[in-house]
Design a binder for this molecule. Structure first.
Ligand code: FAD
Length: 485
């Protein structure tokens, strides 16, 4: 038998497109063996919960792979791209390259875990070593359970438990050198067809974002240095740059939650006055964690109501209203601003996500799954846990859900969180000439005021597609029925 002590080690990159704090890469580098860095674009997963990534996230993935390839090139190792089922492709590659081991960071989601099991079995049959390392969570779902062995369904006790586990492992540095494996041919990035071409709708994403590990680290540093102070209040203001903007970087693992956790604690230790802002920020990271743990227990979170009483909810099928919502043409300025921000930039401010989601589900009585699907396709941070969990939270069908009688009033939300109307002015420019007292309810303006601002309702900007009071009452009636059940 050939001596395999110098056989290459394959590092399988997944939702962890970075070099620092990459446990699998770090372990491979420490073996001293040649390393093959691999990304498999796998659209063959068929289990519940396996979803093809949406359009905006595909764009991000392409940029992130490009950035990772650049980072690896500085270490003299290329990023090998392959397409197909990872459980088949990787054992084949091991045979082709003479690799003796495969290392990866685990993803605690049912379809990915199934692939990892199939892969491990196939590699063991070939006599190859297979090693999975800790994934992109602060705590593994198996370690946060009730006495009966179930996952926790209420955020506060969940987060308390995670915090009580103490500091997550200190982040690992990026390897300073790697030995390159044999030269191999793979797919080109273009052949994966991740980026839109005809039409190329990604201009707004390009203008807004720089994907990749370096940009993620810079964003984290900038946030902690300049915006952590005041985060607790500013995070609710869509008219301010008050949040970290890290969600798409986290989604693709360009920065790890452990790196964020440690950097935030470090910032709070240096500036004790920021301790409560740091706690608030970390608790938001806790919500990401909570959503992922929920997904671990409920792989079909994007299709199944967590509360079965919602299975008979009287949703309306209204394609016209759904299209108006998607295009930001509902006649409610804060809703339309959010939906247009989403279309243009691939993200939407969290407060506005709650408002537009509540509007779709409650004012329009359209099934939360239709909204979740639209977000899934248009968000660059579309996350298999956070997206459906938050939609179910707003709809009331989820874990630790918002009370059913909470129907966000879009005018009051606008006045409270965008008091000068600058967020609406930016994304709904046809209303920019209205004074702040009218910008969140243009239908209240007198004809002269509308004319002065160049607004003609029904022509330059739509009338509200549903009357707020009637929509609210209709929603409450529908929710009462579910409650009675
Ligand atoms: P920050 O305020 O800087 O928060 C830091 C990090 O905490 C975020 O990057 C994110 O990872 C996490 N976080 C913050 N709020 C939440 C939350 N409510 N739930 C889970 N994690 C949170 N977030 C996603 O990452 N992907 C999604 O697909 C997604 N879909 C959503 C759908 C709806 C209907 C709603 C109401 C919220 C959704 N969120 C989603 C949560 C939240 O809106 C975004 O995480 C946040 O706006 C990202 O901006 P930020 O990175 O500046 O957040």
């Amino acid at each position: 038998m050939a001596d395999r002590s110098d056989a290459p080690c394959i590092v399988w990159f997944r939702d962890d497109l970075r070099l620092s704090d990459h446990t699998a890469l770090h372990a491979a580098a420490r073996t001293g063996r040649p390393v093959i860095c691999l990304y498999v674009f796998d659209e063959t997963l068929r289990q519940p919960g396996a979803r093809a990534i949406g359009g905006a996230a595909r764009w991000w993935l392409a940029q992130s792979l490009r950035a990772l390839n650049k980072g690896l090139a500085t270490l003299g190792v290329p990023l090998l791209l392959r397409k197909g089922s990872a459980a088949t492709i990787i054992p084949k590659l091991a045979g082709e390259s003479g690799a003796g081991a495969v290392f990866w960071n685990t993803i605690a989601q049912a379809p990915h875990l199934a692939t990892e099991r199939d892969l491990t079995a196939a590699l063991c049959d070939l006599g190859n070593e297979a090693q999975a390392f800790a994934g992109d969570l602060l705590a593994t779902p198996e370690n946060v359970r009730t006495k009966e062995g179930r996952g926790l369904r209420v955020f506060t006790p969940f987060w308390r438990r995670v915090q009580a586990m103490g500091a997550p492992p200190s982040p690992l540095p990026a390897p300073t050198h790697l030995r390159a494996g044999p030269s191999l041919t793979g797919e080109t990035l273009e052949s994966l067809r991740l980026e839109p071409t005809r039409p190329d709708w990604a201009g707004g994403l390009r203008d807004t974002w720089t994907p990749g590990e370096s940009a993620a680290q810079m964003r984290l540093k900038d946030f902690l240095g300049h915006r952590l102070s005041g985060y607790t209040g500013d995070r609710d203001r869509p008219d301010r740059d008050g949040t970290s903007g890290l969600s798409p970087h986290l989604r693709f693992g360009e920065v790890s939650p452990c790196q964020i956790w440690h950097a935030t604690h470090f910032a709070a230790a240096e500036h004790p006055a920021q301790a409560s802002d740091a706690d608030k920020f970390l608790s938001e990271l806790g919500w990401r964690e909570f959503c992922r743990h929920l997904l671990f227990d409920v792989p079909d979170l994007d299709t199944r109501n967590l509360q079965p009483s919602f299975d008979a909810f009287p949703w309306r099928h209204d394609e016209v209203a759904l299209a108006a919502w998607q295009r930001g043409q509902t006649g409610y300025p804060i809703v339309d601003a959010g939906m247009r921000q989403l279309w243009h930039t691939g993200v939407m401010h969290n407060r506005v996500r709650m408002v537009v989601a509540s509007f779709l589900v409650k004012h329009l009585l359209i099934d939360w799954r239709a909204g979740e699907k639209w977000f899934w396709d248009t968000l660059v941070d579309a996350d298999a846990g956070s997206n459906p969990a938050n939609w179910q939270w707003v709809a009331g069908s989820g874990a630790d859900a918002a009370p059913y009688f909470r129907v966000f009033n879009p005018m009051l939300q606008g006045e409270k969180f965008d008091p000068d109307g600058s967020y609406v002015r930016r994304w709904v420019p046809e209303l920019a000439g209205l004074p702040k007292k009218l910008i969140h309810q243009p239908w209240e303006a007198a004809p002269l005021e509308l004319a002065g601002a160049g607004v003609t309702l029904g022509k330059t900007y739509p009338h509200p597609i549903v009357d707020h009071r009637k929509g609210r009452e209709r929603a409450l009636k529908a929710y009462e029925k579910v409650r009675a059940r």
